[in-house]
Ligand binder design. Sequence first.
Ligand code: FMN
Length: 200
Amino acid sequence: MELDLLGQHADRAYPILSSLITPRPIAWVSTRHDDGSVNLAPFSYFNVFGSRPPLVIYAPGNRPDGSPKDSARNAEQTGEFTVSLVSPEQTETMVATAASLPPGESEAERLGVEMASSSVVDPPRVAGAPAALECRVHSVQRIGQNRLVLGIVHRVHVRDELIEPETLRIRQELHTPPGRMGSPDWYCRTDSLFEMPRPE
Ligand SMILES: Cc1cc2nc3c(=O)[nH]c(=O)nc-3n(C[C@H](O)[C@H](O)[C@H](O)COP(=O)(O)O)c2cc1C
């Protein structure tokens, strides 16, 4: 079957692409609202795009009325956000933070997610996360109803047991965040690893 995502099948673009392009990593993004409250929400339109400088992007779509989600508006206003990565045990709590609350009402507070202070940015990170990134906004690209928030990673926090202190190698076998699969509610485990050396 051939589909025209800009024409006849435009209303299926989200479920089709989100179910085909899988698994996706999940960014648990915190930002600070201008009333001081902390906003926490998951985004699976997320990835790392470079290392010099260390670049990550997450992409909140606009709300149906065209207004930005809090995670986009706050990041653009304050220039800062954190990304916490999610442990398997945190999956349910992470999904629960996708609830749409009125701006200024904190998902973290409502669900009792403990936050830890960041070192160089204002928004706190999820205290129990396996790893967290402190980011400053590079730019926000608006493309139709999508907003791409480009961030430079200034600090990384990693749970001690996940990193070898001498080599700084991440113990991949111990870092198994859930992956986002098909729309809307499918996820995968990432603890079934294999290694395949690439050709010279
Ligand atoms: C696992 C997961 C991944 C999500 N990924 C995205 C995403 O990439 N883009 C998006 O706009 N919404 C995504 N959502 C929905 C947002 O988390 C949800 O709209 C949330 O209320 C946004 O919160 P905010 O308005 O506080 O920023 C996702 C939800 C879940 C559960």
